[in-house]
Design a protein around this ligand. Structure first.
Ligand code: MLC
Ligand code: AMP
Length: 492
């Protein structure tokens, strides 16, 4: 039988995925979870995750994936905001869920992969909600992007076609499973193609190289930070290891990068050591993947290629009029893959669209037929290691600290992370605020990738005539390399 999944427990065929997901669905129905209700998932990548996801769908419910790396307040926000009625706890995860699920009024249920299948519910309709993914925006807390089965079908169908997925593919999956990159591009495309999704428990560059060399991997997907780390591990390895790793990578069908800009230097170095022109593509939680370099044909470094099948893309000026050919503009996307709403946020949903086009907030230019991303229109949206984070959310969190009077969060350019979260902080009068302590405090409340990597204590924040913090000046303070986490800026 064909192997669907590989995880720490071993290999699992497609039949096993079906029986395990039927058991999860039966358990949810027995617990009274109804059609369209939200079910949060805190589970381990592999059979447990896939059975929980498909089982939720087979019960007619909507899946809300949580991250095992998130501290309780982040879990509580997603559980509460999504109105989850139940939370599926994978092995060893029930205790983590108890408090946040309790606060949110969600029942914690174990993921029982061995239970009876029970009676099958009617399959969900295309227009039914399937997934709620939490994404950071310009508002403080992350909001839920509602994707229906039809949206997922369109997103997956487009990628399976464009990247020619086949049952012979074996994906090495090392991405988190609470975001679209890992869920849709990785897991769902693999399942749809009847391919094998081979999970690494977590991304580690040497382990990924070792897996390339030991297993018949045909496909890899990563954020640029992962390729930077793979390159570093290769450079640090002895010559015989390097040769084996190079051969293993070169034998793969395609290697893909996305979620953040891939530096041209990384593209070039990867071609030298792995024998691959990385296929860079562009996407977003709300729309799935929109633009991609071709599988066959020129993959041009520094660009994200052309619109994917069934995706309509355009560039517009501030008033929403399409720009002249060759001029930069805001990216707008339409088509069957584009989401229809942010959960319970009708005003934000309305603002996100213009005449039926989704406004991404990213800017681009088309050069010789290929799209090149220029950046984002908001300074308050950062990308670190491929994770989108909101400066405003982090500022709100830091301001809750009794010794923080004012703060400004910016993204400082970084060769490994793309951007790093940096905070300039004004301490309350008389406070003895320690940057390291503030960072640790933030990590108890925010996802680890949102906690400021650098904290700079300052006497005052720079403001313009309107009293608004001038973030470019703050960003300039972080352009010098870090001298350690405990830094103080004495002069203004
Ligand atoms: C971890 N840390 C991060 C971080 N990830 N800090 C900033 N940015 C990040 N992305 C923290 C850790 O908590 C730790 O803090 C320190 O950084 C170093 O940890 P690490 O162990 O070295 O990092 P690691 O856990 O290996 O994570 C690196 C990574 C991870 C690249 C594997 O960031 C990752 O999985 N990124 C993928 C994100 C993703 O899937 N994005 C797709 C979104 S969808 P300390 O204090 O302990 O040192 C999307 C749409 C699209 O964007 O187009 O795809
Ligand atoms: P998310 O909201 O987490 O889904 O992240 C989507 C955002 O990631 C987009 O709006 C872009 O800003 C960014 N992004 C994704 N792919 C690329 C890419 N190839 N180059 C530059 N930015 C990208």
């Amino acid at each position: 039988a064909r192997v669907a999944l590989v995880d720490a427990r071993g290999e699992h065929g497609y039949g096993r995925v079906l029986s395990a997901s039927a058991a999860v669905a039966a358990r949810l129905r027995a617990a009274g979870v109804g059609k369209g209700e939200r079910v949060a998932l805190l589970v381990t990548p592999g059979l447990e995750y896939t059975a929980a996801l498909l089982g939720t769908w087979r019960a007619g419910a909507v899946a809300v994936p949580l991250s095992p790396a998130h501290p309780p307040p982040e879990l509580a926000h997603v559980l509460g905001d999504s109105g989850a009625v139940a939370a599926l706890a994978g092995e060893g995860r029930a205790r983590t869920l108890e408090r946040p699920a309790g606060t949110a009024g969600a029942r914690v249920l174990p993921v029982d992969l061995e239970g009876p299948a029970g009676e099958e519910a009617a399959p969900p309709a295309a227009a039914d909600a399937a997934l709620v993914l939490y994404t950071s925006g310009t508002t403080s807390r992350p909001k839920g992007v509602v994707l229906t089965h039809a949206h997922l079908e369109a997103q997956v169908g487009s990628l399976v076609e464009a990247w020619a997925w086949s049952p012979d593919d074996r994906l090495l999956h090392a991405l988190p499973l609470h975001h679209t990159h890992g869920i849709v591009n990785g897991l769902l495309c693999a399942l749809r193609a009847g391919a094998t999704c081979d999970h690494l428990a977590r991304f580690d560059a040497s382990e990924a190289w070792a897996a390339f060399a030991a297993r018949p991997v045909t496909l890899f997907m990563g954020v640029p930070t992962m390729y930077v780390r793979l390159i570093r591990a290769w450079e640090e390895a002895p010559p015989e290891t390097r040769a084996a790793w190079t051969a293993a990578a070169a034998g793969q069908r395609v290697m893909i990068s996305g979620s953040a800009a891939l530096p041209v230097t990384v593209f070039e170095r990867w071609r030298e050591i792995a024998g691959h022109a990385l296929l860079e593509r562009y996407g977003m939680t709300e729309i799935g993947m929109a633009l991609s370099n071709p599988l066959d044909g020129e993959r041009r470094p520094g660009t994200v290629g052309v619109p994917l099948p069934a995706v309509r893309a355009r560039l517009v000026d501030e008033s929403g009029d399409p720009v002249a050919e060759g001029a930069p503009g805001g990216i707008e996307i339409a088509g069957p893959a584009v989401f229809t709403e942010y959960l319970n946020r009708p005003e934000e949903t309305t603002r996100a669209f213009r005449d039926g086009w989704f406004r991404t907030g990213d800017e681009a230019v088309v050069e010789r037929g290929y799209w090149r991303i220029l950046g984002r229109s908001s300074v308050d949206i950062l990308k670190t290691g491929g994770y989108k984070v909101s400066a405003l959310e982090i500022e709100d969190a830091l301001l809750a600290h009794p010794e923080v009077a004012e703060c400004a969060v910016v993204g400082a350019p970084d060769p490994e992370w793309g951007e790093r979260v940096c905070a300039a902080v004004v301490a309350a009068p008389g406070a003895a605020l320690e940057p390291d302590a503030l960072r640790a405090w933030a990590k108890e409340r925010l996802a680890p990738y949102k906690a400021p990597a650098r904290v700079l204590l300052v006497r005052a924040l720079p403001r313009n005539a309107m009293g608004k913090v001038t973030k470019p000046t703050v960003r300039g303070w972080f352009e010098a390399p870090a001298t350690g986490a405990s830094e103080t800026k004495e002069e203004e």
